[in-house]
Design a protein around this ligand. Structure first.
Ligand code: ZN
Length: 428
């Protein structure tokens, strides 16, 4: 593995530092997180005003919380946001009330099957409030009354995301997306932030890559919708992308294909996983999950796959307080970064061309590229010319064409050079 022990420890330390921060889809927690990331790379922080229409959605009001607790009347805090940012339901409206246990109960969330874990709950689009706590603690609560207080604000502000462009030799972009909106959860998705951030650092400190890379760190769902709605002029530049998520908990890698299932990024990632992560699971696209489903909506249709280890909802600690520092490992983060770096290497070797005369076969003979006498066996290099011309629709690399045709990458490169010389091919 090419990830050094120093980088492994840096990624783990990054997760450790950001773990306590109370993040949500908007607010100071996201800004603090992006601020810490800006110590590593020169990312740009962008803000989109609350109320902005983004396709069928509106950017919500900004939520911030400074304190939240349930207190017995003698002043003892029984549930305290300061202990764990999962204790308050994200987007809770402000509350200051004295309630009996029965009045309080509809606002309390637990996991009865896992009585020592705190669940993670949100109420972004319905004005509500609540607390999350261990079921053990819930069961031991007396009848009260309790003083209940949530010092939150939910008002006009903005949605924040961070963006970094790593320029390549081509202006065509690979988009890397990680959500940054979850509070104290390590695998979901501080792990994805760490891996994508160190991938960006790696790209910046090495020779210019073939393609440009656009890293975007924003809130889940509303963040990718907002980015897509406010960057419509950039969609065409993106030739593929990856959502990097759930990469810190040891377990098999899982790749979820883009919507088409057959895009260049799918083939590249699958080749890398076959080489580097035997046992990795490849799944077809489905319209449920993380932000890949926005990139894969029919009107957008940008080929973005998702790289994770064990997916959301398929490991018991998912969206609970057990997704903590003990769940993840430096080695798991490093293996994930290694896969990403290898995807980058593979993309570096992946010339992509566009057939400049795509309507039927161009006439090769008049350009000196085809045998003069009909009826001969088709020469080897002529076959390479035909394969390159036929497959070069901007979605397949030379490596993909080699796989499909059974010809060598070298012979296809020779053919591509000849076609470039006579103007029948354009490089992307
Ligand atoms: Zn999640």
């Amino acid at each position: 593995m090419s990830v050094t022990a120093t980088v492994q420890n840096q990624m783990l330390e990054f997760v450790r530092e950001l773990y306590p921060v109370c993040r949500s889809i908007t607010g100071e927690g996201v800004r603090a997180t992006l601020g810490r990331m800006a110590n590593e790379v020169a990312l740009t922080v962008r803000e989109i005003d609350s109320g902005t229409q983004v396709f069928d959605w509106k950017v919500p009001d900004e939520w911030n919380v400074s304190d939240a607790y349930i207190e017995s009347l003698d002043g003892k805090r029984v549930v305290d946001l300061q202990d764990n940012s999962l204790h308050v339901v994200s987007y809770s409206v402000p509350v200051d009330a004295t309630l009996s246990l029965d009045e309080l109960k509809p606002h309390l969330h637990t996991i009865p099957d896992r009585p020592d874990w705190i669940p993670y709950r949100t109420s972004y689009y319905k004005r509500d409030w609540g607390f999350c706590l261990r079921h053990d603690q819930y069961s031991s609560l007396g009848q009260g009354p309790y003083r209940v207080r949530i010092d939150s604000t939910l008002e006009k502000g903005s949605l924040t995301y961070g963006e970094l462009l790593v320029p390549g030799r081509s202006q065509r972009e690979i988009l890397v997306w990680s959500h940054c909106c979850h509070p104290s959860l390590c695998n979901d998705n501080l792990s994805g932030l760490a891996v994508s951030l160190w991938w960006a650092k790696h790209l910046l400190s090495n020779p210019t890559p073939r393609f440009s890379y656009r890293f975007v760190w924003g809130p889940g769902t509303i963040g990718s919708i907002s980015w897509l709605a406010t960057n419509e002029n950039r969609h065409d530049r993106v030739i593929g992308g990856l959502v990097t998520v759930l990469l810190g908990r040891p377990g098999e890698f899982h790749y979820k294909r883009s919507r088409s299932g057959d895009s260049m990024i799918d083939r590249v990632v699958e080749r890398v996983l076959t080489r580097r992560a035997p046992g990795a699971v490849v799944r077809d696209f489905d319209p449920y999950g993380y932000d890949e489903r926005q990139f894969g909506s029919p009107g957008i249709n940008i080929p973005v796959g998702r790289l994770s280890r064990v997916p959301n909802g398929e490991y018991p600690e998912y969206h609970t307080s057990a997704d903590n520092l003990e769940l993840i490992s430096a080695e798991a983060l490093a293996e994930a970064l290694d896969i990403c770096m290898e995807v980058g290497n593979e993309l570096d070797g992946a010339e992509i061309y566009l057939n400049a005369a795509p309507n039927c076969e161009p006439q090769l003979g008049k350009r000196g590229l085809y045998r003069a006498t009909g009826g001969d066996d088709v020469a080897f290099d002529e076959l390479a010319l035909l394969w390159v011309l036929n497959q070069s629709d901007g979605t397949k690399s030379i490596v993909d064409i080699a796989e499909r045709s059974g010809l060598t990458v070298e012979s296809l490169r020779v053919a591509a050079t000849k076609l470039l010389d006579v103007g029948l091919l354009k490089a992307l």
